[in-house]
Design a protein around this ligand. Structure first.
Ligand code: ZN
Length: 87
């Protein structure tokens, strides 16, 4: 699915991911930073909603957010989107 596992898993993001230590082994993280991880979580949530006006508005917000993330020149130019609201 991704031709380079060291690139952020958010489809339109091409930043490389950091290595994270898991049980003493350095493994590539899935996303380049909190903003992409939060974005993916938000997008999954919105896409799982039943079709409605609220969903359409939420999708517009998601698209605007995606453009913001795509415009970054640094993966940490945008911080966590959810401020620790989950996990
Ligand atoms: Zn990313």
């Amino acid at each position: 699915m991704y031709d380079n596992e060291n690139v952020c898993a958010r489809g339109s993001c091409s930043f490389h991911v950091e290595l994270v230590m898991v049980d003493g082994t350095a493994l590539p993280a899935v996303y380049c930073g909190d903003a992409c991880a939060d974005f993916a979580w938000l997008k999954r949530g919105v896409e799982s909603l039943e079709p409605s006006r609220e969903k359409a508005e939420a999708l517009q917000n998601i698209n605007a957010l995606e453009r913001l993330l795509n415009g970054r020149t640094d993966p940490f130019a945008v911080g966590p989107l959810l401020g620790g609201l989950y996990g």
